[in-house]
Design a protein around this ligand. Structure first.
Ligand code: AMP
Length: 214
């Protein structure tokens, strides 16, 4: 089973994707994570995209499609959760073609609906474990023990460089201009489903599980 999670930055795509990985053994394919990894390891491509990412704009379709294409080869039988991809119509078409070429397809497209005002609070307080990637929030989801990851016990945490008010505005704009047309695209294919992304994390997970069981 292959799933796409669509929603603006801070909608909870990464958090829900991680749960699906833990609960179902699926593979999370986050182009944002792949690009950040490329940036941190200092590859030529990573250096090229760093500035674009810091500004909150989208990197080129060619780069992200290339990243996904590579990952699909090593997917095996595990289903994929596409998190933050596709973000443009060209990426959606490319994904269809890439999956078709492998005898596979997208089974569920889930829109995570959230209020814009909530996104600022969510994004500006978030941080994640540098070791296992577990996502936390200063006020709404702090670690149980200060400075210690609940999941793996690591004491190293990171905050994203683009989780600033200014970059968030640009990221939201990119979402509405370039990504939200995908909602129409998948609706027209009869594939679009939605969940209330404003609900508690467990409730969102339960709503997603119910959709996947259909
Ligand atoms: P994310 O972690 O999904 O919020 O992505 C962080 C940043 O990486 C975005 O603001 C973009 O600059 C870039 N990015 C991630 N995924 C894509 C994509 N599918 N297409 C274009 N740019 C992307």
């Amino acid at each position: 089973m292959n799933i796409i999670l669509i929603g603006p930055p801070g909608a909870g795509k990464g958090t829900q994707a991680r749960r699906l990985v833990a609960e179902r053994g699926m593979v999370q394919l986050s182009t944002g994570d792949m690009l950040r990894a490329a940036k941190e390891s200092g590859t030529e491509m990573g250096q090229r995209v760093a500035e674009v990412m810091a500004q909150g704009a989208l990197v080129t379709d060619e780069i992200v499609i290339g990243l996904i294409d590579e990952k699909l080869d090593s997917l095996g039988d595990a289903g994929a959760i596409f998190d933050g991809f596709p973000r443009t119509l060209a990426q959606a078409d490319a994904l269809d073609a890439l999956l078709r070429g492998r005898g596979s397809r997208i089974d569920h497209v889930i829109e995570m609906r959230v209020d814009d005002e909530a996104l600022v609070t969510r994004v500006s307080g978030r941080f994640s474990c540098a070791s296992c990637g577990e996502v936390y929030h200063d006020t709404t989801r702090p670690t149980a023990r200060p400075g210690v990851c609940d999941s793996c016990g690591s004491t190293e945490f990171t905050r994203r460089a683009d989780d600033t008010a200014e970059a968030l505005r640009a990221r939201l704009m990119a979402y509405y201009k370039q990504t939200s047309p995908l909602l129409g695209y998948y609706h027209a294919k009869g594939a679009l489903q939605g969940v209330d992304g404003m609900a508690e994390m467990d409730a969102v997970a339960a709503e997603i599980a119910a959709l996947l069981a259909r």
